[in-house]
Design a protein around this ligand. Structure first.
Ligand code: KG4
Ligand code: ZN
Length: 330
Protein backbone atom coordinates (compact mmCIF):
# COMPACT_ATOMS: atom_id res chain seq x y z
CA UNK A 1 0.00 0.00 0.00
CA UNK A 2 1.23 3.49 -0.81
CA UNK A 3 2.18 5.54 2.27
CA UNK A 4 0.18 8.65 3.09
CA UNK A 5 2.32 11.49 4.43
CA UNK A 6 0.96 14.49 6.29
CA UNK A 7 3.44 17.37 6.18
CA UNK A 8 4.01 20.73 7.84
CA UNK A 9 6.14 23.69 6.74
CA UNK A 10 6.62 26.74 8.99
CA UNK A 11 10.24 27.77 8.43
CA UNK A 12 9.53 31.37 7.45
CA UNK A 13 6.35 33.31 6.69
CA UNK A 14 4.22 30.68 4.98
CA UNK A 15 2.13 28.34 7.09
CA UNK A 16 1.60 25.24 5.00
CA UNK A 17 0.30 21.69 5.35
CA UNK A 18 -0.17 18.95 2.76
CA UNK A 19 -1.20 15.34 2.42
CA UNK A 20 0.52 13.23 -0.22
CA UNK A 21 -0.23 9.62 -1.14
CA UNK A 22 2.75 7.75 -2.59
CA UNK A 23 5.11 9.83 -4.68
CA UNK A 24 2.65 11.97 -6.53
CA UNK A 25 -0.97 11.82 -5.53
CA UNK A 26 -1.84 15.16 -3.95
CA UNK A 27 -4.69 14.76 -1.46
CA UNK A 28 -4.36 18.24 0.02
CA UNK A 29 -2.07 21.22 -0.49
CA UNK A 30 -2.73 24.32 1.63
CA UNK A 31 -0.62 27.45 2.07
CA UNK A 32 -1.44 30.59 4.06
CA UNK A 33 0.93 33.38 3.21
CA UNK A 34 1.65 36.00 5.85
CA UNK A 35 3.05 38.44 3.30
CA UNK A 36 0.30 40.99 3.86
CA UNK A 37 1.06 41.04 7.58
CA UNK A 38 4.85 41.39 7.25
CA UNK A 39 4.98 43.76 4.30
CA UNK A 40 3.93 46.63 6.56
CA UNK A 41 7.25 46.12 8.37
CA UNK A 42 9.32 45.80 5.18
CA UNK A 43 10.32 42.21 5.95
CA UNK A 44 9.50 39.15 8.03
CA UNK A 45 9.13 39.81 11.77
CA UNK A 46 10.15 36.49 13.39
CA UNK A 47 7.95 36.76 16.51
CA UNK A 48 4.87 37.60 14.47
CA UNK A 49 5.61 34.76 12.03
CA UNK A 50 5.78 32.24 14.90
CA UNK A 51 2.58 33.52 16.49
CA UNK A 52 0.70 33.37 13.19
CA UNK A 53 1.86 29.81 12.53
CA UNK A 54 0.42 28.88 15.89
CA UNK A 55 -2.89 30.57 15.02
CA UNK A 56 -3.21 28.92 11.63
CA UNK A 57 -1.94 25.36 12.08
CA UNK A 58 -4.97 23.81 13.78
CA UNK A 59 -7.48 25.07 11.24
CA UNK A 60 -5.26 24.28 8.28
CA UNK A 61 -4.77 20.73 9.53
CA UNK A 62 -8.50 20.18 9.96
CA UNK A 63 -9.13 21.58 6.52
CA UNK A 64 -6.46 19.36 4.97
CA UNK A 65 -8.07 16.18 6.31
CA UNK A 66 -11.49 17.35 5.18
CA UNK A 67 -10.17 18.06 1.72
CA UNK A 68 -8.32 14.74 1.53
CA UNK A 69 -11.39 12.89 2.81
CA UNK A 70 -9.35 10.72 5.12
CA UNK A 71 -9.14 10.33 8.90
CA UNK A 72 -5.93 11.38 10.68
CA UNK A 73 -5.47 7.73 11.77
CA UNK A 74 -5.04 6.73 8.13
CA UNK A 75 -1.76 8.58 7.59
CA UNK A 76 1.52 6.66 7.60
CA UNK A 77 3.82 9.38 8.94
CA UNK A 78 4.20 13.08 9.72
CA UNK A 79 6.93 15.00 7.90
CA UNK A 80 8.00 18.39 9.18
CA UNK A 81 10.62 21.00 8.31
CA UNK A 82 13.19 21.19 11.15
CA UNK A 83 15.60 23.66 9.46
CA UNK A 84 16.95 25.86 8.08
CA UNK A 85 14.71 28.79 8.99
CA UNK A 86 13.60 31.08 11.80
CA UNK A 87 13.94 29.24 15.08
CA UNK A 88 10.63 30.32 16.61
CA UNK A 89 8.74 29.60 13.41
CA UNK A 90 10.36 26.18 13.02
CA UNK A 91 9.61 25.27 16.64
CA UNK A 92 5.88 25.87 16.21
CA UNK A 93 5.66 23.45 13.27
CA UNK A 94 7.97 20.94 14.89
CA UNK A 95 6.09 20.84 18.19
CA UNK A 96 2.77 20.58 16.40
CA UNK A 97 4.14 17.65 14.40
CA UNK A 98 5.48 15.96 17.53
CA UNK A 99 2.11 16.34 19.25
CA UNK A 100 0.36 14.69 16.31
CA UNK A 101 2.95 11.93 16.10
CA UNK A 102 2.52 11.14 19.78
CA UNK A 103 -1.26 11.28 19.73
CA UNK A 104 -1.70 9.27 16.55
CA UNK A 105 1.24 6.97 17.31
CA UNK A 106 2.75 7.61 13.88
CA UNK A 107 6.43 8.04 12.95
CA UNK A 108 7.96 11.51 12.66
CA UNK A 109 10.15 12.49 9.71
CA UNK A 110 12.42 15.54 9.95
CA UNK A 111 12.83 17.22 6.58
CA UNK A 112 15.53 19.66 5.55
CA UNK A 113 13.78 22.61 3.89
CA UNK A 114 16.45 22.69 1.16
CA UNK A 115 15.74 19.08 0.20
CA UNK A 116 12.09 20.10 0.07
CA UNK A 117 12.79 22.76 -2.56
CA UNK A 118 14.74 20.25 -4.63
CA UNK A 119 12.01 17.63 -4.31
CA UNK A 120 9.36 20.06 -5.53
CA UNK A 121 10.68 19.14 -8.96
CA UNK A 122 9.93 15.45 -8.48
CA UNK A 123 6.27 16.30 -7.98
CA UNK A 124 6.15 18.03 -11.32
CA UNK A 125 8.53 15.68 -13.17
CA UNK A 126 8.16 12.12 -11.86
CA UNK A 127 10.58 10.82 -14.50
CA UNK A 128 13.49 12.76 -12.97
CA UNK A 129 16.38 10.59 -11.74
CA UNK A 130 19.81 11.34 -10.26
CA UNK A 131 22.45 12.24 -11.23
CA UNK A 132 21.49 15.83 -11.98
CA UNK A 133 22.61 19.35 -11.16
CA UNK A 134 20.57 21.68 -8.99
CA UNK A 135 20.55 25.46 -9.00
CA UNK A 136 19.01 26.18 -5.61
CA UNK A 137 18.06 29.84 -5.33
CA UNK A 138 15.94 31.05 -2.44
CA UNK A 139 15.78 33.86 0.11
CA UNK A 140 18.42 32.19 2.25
CA UNK A 141 20.46 30.08 -0.19
CA UNK A 142 22.21 30.15 -3.50
CA UNK A 143 23.97 26.94 -4.45
CA UNK A 144 24.88 24.73 -7.35
CA UNK A 145 24.58 21.12 -6.24
CA UNK A 146 25.48 17.80 -7.76
CA UNK A 147 22.77 15.28 -6.86
CA UNK A 148 24.64 12.00 -7.00
CA UNK A 149 21.81 10.02 -5.48
CA UNK A 150 18.33 10.63 -4.10
CA UNK A 151 19.52 11.90 -0.73
CA UNK A 152 23.14 12.74 -1.48
CA UNK A 153 23.87 16.25 -2.72
CA UNK A 154 27.36 17.66 -3.11
CA UNK A 155 27.91 21.43 -3.07
CA UNK A 156 29.69 22.57 -6.24
CA UNK A 157 29.38 26.29 -5.59
CA UNK A 158 27.60 28.68 -3.26
CA UNK A 159 27.23 32.32 -2.40
CA UNK A 160 29.91 33.97 -0.34
CA UNK A 161 27.63 36.74 0.90
CA UNK A 162 23.97 37.42 0.04
CA UNK A 163 21.61 34.78 -1.33
CA UNK A 164 19.99 35.61 -4.68
CA UNK A 165 16.53 36.14 -3.17
CA UNK A 166 18.05 38.22 -0.38
CA UNK A 167 19.74 40.45 -2.97
CA UNK A 168 16.39 40.89 -4.73
CA UNK A 169 14.73 41.77 -1.42
CA UNK A 170 17.46 44.22 -0.36
CA UNK A 171 17.57 45.98 -3.71
CA UNK A 172 13.78 46.26 -3.71
CA UNK A 173 14.00 47.91 -0.31
CA UNK A 174 16.62 50.37 -1.65
CA UNK A 175 14.27 51.22 -4.49
CA UNK A 176 11.31 51.50 -2.09
CA UNK A 177 9.43 48.72 -3.82
CA UNK A 178 8.30 46.91 -0.68
CA UNK A 179 8.44 43.30 0.41
CA UNK A 180 8.97 40.64 -0.92
CA UNK A 181 11.30 42.18 -3.43
CA UNK A 182 11.70 39.36 -5.95
CA UNK A 183 8.21 39.46 -7.45
CA UNK A 184 8.20 43.29 -7.41
CA UNK A 185 11.48 43.59 -9.30
CA UNK A 186 10.39 40.84 -11.68
CA UNK A 187 7.17 42.71 -12.48
CA UNK A 188 8.81 46.10 -12.82
CA UNK A 189 11.59 44.74 -15.04
CA UNK A 190 9.04 43.65 -17.60
CA UNK A 191 8.33 47.33 -18.23
CA UNK A 192 12.01 48.28 -18.48
CA UNK A 193 15.16 47.58 -20.46
CA UNK A 194 18.48 46.33 -19.02
CA UNK A 195 20.39 49.36 -20.33
CA UNK A 196 22.76 49.73 -17.36
CA UNK A 197 25.88 47.60 -16.96
CA UNK A 198 25.99 46.54 -13.33
CA UNK A 199 28.91 44.36 -12.19
CA UNK A 200 28.64 40.59 -12.28
CA UNK A 201 31.04 39.66 -9.45
CA UNK A 202 33.00 36.38 -9.88
CA UNK A 203 31.35 35.88 -13.28
CA UNK A 204 34.39 34.15 -14.79
CA UNK A 205 35.67 32.63 -11.55
CA UNK A 206 34.61 29.13 -10.54
CA UNK A 207 31.17 28.26 -9.29
CA UNK A 208 30.84 30.48 -6.25
CA UNK A 209 28.65 33.58 -6.20
CA UNK A 210 28.88 37.02 -4.64
CA UNK A 211 26.07 39.55 -4.89
CA UNK A 212 26.99 42.20 -2.35
CA UNK A 213 29.16 44.11 -4.89
CA UNK A 214 26.25 44.25 -7.31
CA UNK A 215 23.97 45.54 -4.58
CA UNK A 216 26.46 48.24 -3.55
CA UNK A 217 27.02 49.30 -7.18
CA UNK A 218 23.28 49.76 -7.53
CA UNK A 219 23.11 51.80 -4.34
CA UNK A 220 25.82 54.17 -5.60
CA UNK A 221 24.19 54.38 -8.99
CA UNK A 222 20.90 55.52 -7.49
CA UNK A 223 22.71 58.07 -5.30
CA UNK A 224 24.84 59.49 -8.11
CA UNK A 225 22.17 59.64 -10.78
CA UNK A 226 18.80 61.28 -10.73
CA UNK A 227 17.09 60.83 -14.02
CA UNK A 228 16.93 57.10 -14.27
CA UNK A 229 13.87 55.02 -14.97
CA UNK A 230 13.36 52.67 -12.06
CA UNK A 231 12.09 50.00 -14.46
CA UNK A 232 15.44 50.07 -16.30
CA UNK A 233 17.40 49.88 -13.05
CA UNK A 234 15.33 46.88 -11.95
CA UNK A 235 15.75 45.14 -15.31
CA UNK A 236 19.53 45.80 -15.32
CA UNK A 237 19.96 44.46 -11.78
CA UNK A 238 17.85 41.40 -12.55
CA UNK A 239 19.82 40.70 -15.72
CA UNK A 240 23.22 40.97 -13.98
CA UNK A 241 22.15 38.60 -11.22
CA UNK A 242 20.23 36.02 -13.26
CA UNK A 243 22.79 35.94 -16.10
CA UNK A 244 25.44 35.07 -13.50
CA UNK A 245 23.32 32.28 -12.03
CA UNK A 246 22.69 30.77 -15.44
CA UNK A 247 26.23 31.19 -16.75
CA UNK A 248 27.71 29.27 -13.80
CA UNK A 249 25.07 26.56 -13.85
CA UNK A 250 25.59 25.90 -17.56
CA UNK A 251 29.36 25.92 -17.05
CA UNK A 252 29.03 23.34 -14.26
CA UNK A 253 26.84 21.21 -16.50
CA UNK A 254 29.46 21.29 -19.27
CA UNK A 255 32.41 20.70 -16.93
CA UNK A 256 30.75 17.81 -15.11
CA UNK A 257 29.05 16.50 -18.27
CA UNK A 258 25.61 16.41 -16.67
CA UNK A 259 22.75 17.38 -18.95
CA UNK A 260 19.90 17.24 -16.45
CA UNK A 261 19.52 20.45 -14.44
CA UNK A 262 16.81 21.37 -12.00
CA UNK A 263 16.09 24.84 -10.69
CA UNK A 264 14.63 25.10 -7.19
CA UNK A 265 13.62 27.74 -4.62
CA UNK A 266 11.66 30.98 -4.65
CA UNK A 267 13.85 32.74 -7.23
CA UNK A 268 13.01 29.94 -9.70
CA UNK A 269 9.71 31.80 -10.05
CA UNK A 270 11.54 34.66 -11.79
CA UNK A 271 10.21 35.19 -15.29
CA UNK A 272 13.50 36.42 -16.79
CA UNK A 273 15.26 33.34 -15.38
CA UNK A 274 12.64 31.11 -16.99
CA UNK A 275 12.98 32.92 -20.31
CA UNK A 276 16.80 32.62 -20.25
CA UNK A 277 16.60 28.93 -19.42
CA UNK A 278 14.36 28.33 -22.39
CA UNK A 279 16.90 30.13 -24.58
CA UNK A 280 19.67 27.88 -23.26
CA UNK A 281 17.51 24.84 -23.96
CA UNK A 282 16.91 25.85 -27.54
CA UNK A 283 20.65 26.54 -27.99
CA UNK A 284 21.67 23.17 -26.60
CA UNK A 285 19.19 20.42 -27.36
CA UNK A 286 20.99 17.96 -25.09
CA UNK A 287 20.12 19.97 -21.99
CA UNK A 288 17.08 19.01 -19.94
CA UNK A 289 16.26 21.86 -17.60
CA UNK A 290 13.40 21.49 -15.16
CA UNK A 291 11.77 24.06 -12.95
CA UNK A 292 8.75 23.54 -10.75
CA UNK A 293 5.41 25.26 -11.42
CA UNK A 294 5.15 28.64 -9.69
CA UNK A 295 3.11 27.41 -6.71
CA UNK A 296 5.78 24.81 -5.90
CA UNK A 297 8.74 27.23 -6.23
CA UNK A 298 7.96 29.21 -3.11
CA UNK A 299 7.56 27.67 0.33
CA UNK A 300 4.91 24.96 0.61
CA UNK A 301 4.36 21.71 2.47
CA UNK A 302 3.84 19.45 -0.54
CA UNK A 303 7.56 19.58 -1.27
CA UNK A 304 8.20 18.63 2.38
CA UNK A 305 5.89 15.62 2.02
CA UNK A 306 7.64 14.56 -1.19
CA UNK A 307 11.10 14.81 0.41
CA UNK A 308 9.66 13.04 3.47
CA UNK A 309 8.51 10.18 1.23
CA UNK A 310 12.14 9.46 0.26
CA UNK A 311 13.03 9.17 3.94
CA UNK A 312 9.91 7.12 4.69
CA UNK A 313 10.76 4.42 2.17
CA UNK A 314 14.27 4.23 3.66
CA UNK A 315 12.94 4.04 7.25
CA UNK A 316 14.74 7.25 8.16
CA UNK A 317 12.58 8.39 11.05
CA UNK A 318 13.29 10.96 13.74
CA UNK A 319 12.64 10.53 17.43
CA UNK A 320 10.62 12.97 19.46
CA UNK A 321 13.79 14.74 20.63
CA UNK A 322 14.26 16.19 17.16
CA UNK A 323 15.19 19.85 17.59
CA UNK A 324 14.88 22.82 15.24
CA UNK A 325 18.18 23.63 13.50
CA UNK A 326 17.93 27.23 12.22
CA UNK A 327 21.17 27.06 10.20
CA UNK A 328 20.85 23.48 9.00
CA UNK A 329 23.08 22.82 5.97
CA UNK A 330 22.63 20.19 3.29
O1 KG4 B 1 12.17 29.64 -1.37
P1 KG4 B 1 11.50 30.82 -0.80
O2 KG4 B 1 10.01 30.92 -0.89
O3 KG4 B 1 11.85 30.98 0.71
C1 KG4 B 1 13.10 30.64 1.23
O4 KG4 B 1 13.30 29.43 1.50
O5 KG4 B 1 13.93 31.56 1.30
O6 KG4 B 1 12.18 32.06 -1.49
C2 KG4 B 1 11.81 33.37 -1.19
C3 KG4 B 1 12.67 34.29 -2.03
C4 KG4 B 1 12.47 35.76 -1.65
O7 KG4 B 1 13.73 36.34 -1.47
C5 KG4 B 1 11.73 36.33 -2.85
O8 KG4 B 1 12.04 37.68 -3.09
C6 KG4 B 1 12.26 35.43 -3.97
O9 KG4 B 1 12.34 34.15 -3.41
N1 KG4 B 1 11.34 35.42 -5.13
C7 KG4 B 1 11.68 35.90 -6.35
C8 KG4 B 1 10.52 35.80 -7.16
N2 KG4 B 1 9.52 35.25 -6.41
C9 KG4 B 1 10.05 35.03 -5.17
N3 KG4 B 1 12.84 36.40 -6.81
C10 KG4 B 1 12.88 36.82 -8.08
N4 KG4 B 1 11.81 36.78 -8.91
C11 KG4 B 1 10.62 36.27 -8.50
N5 KG4 B 1 9.57 36.23 -9.34
ZN1 ZN C 1 12.14 28.12 0.98
Amino acid sequence: MEPIIFSIETSCDETAVAILRGKNEVLSHLVVSQIDIHKVFGGVVPEIAARKHLNYLNNLTEKAFEEAEIEPEEISAIAVTYGPGLVGALLIGLNFAKGLALNLNKPLIGVNHLYGHIYANFLAFPELKPPFLVLLVSGGHTMILHAKDYLHFEIIGQTMDDAAGEAFDKVARMLNLGYPGGPKIDELSQKGEPIYEFPKPLYHKGYDFSFSGLKTALLYFTKENENYKIEDVAASFQKALIDTLIHKTIKASKDLKINDIIIAGGVAANSYLREKINEEKSRNKKLNIYFPPLNLCTDNALMIARAGYEKYIRNQFADLNLDAVPNLGL
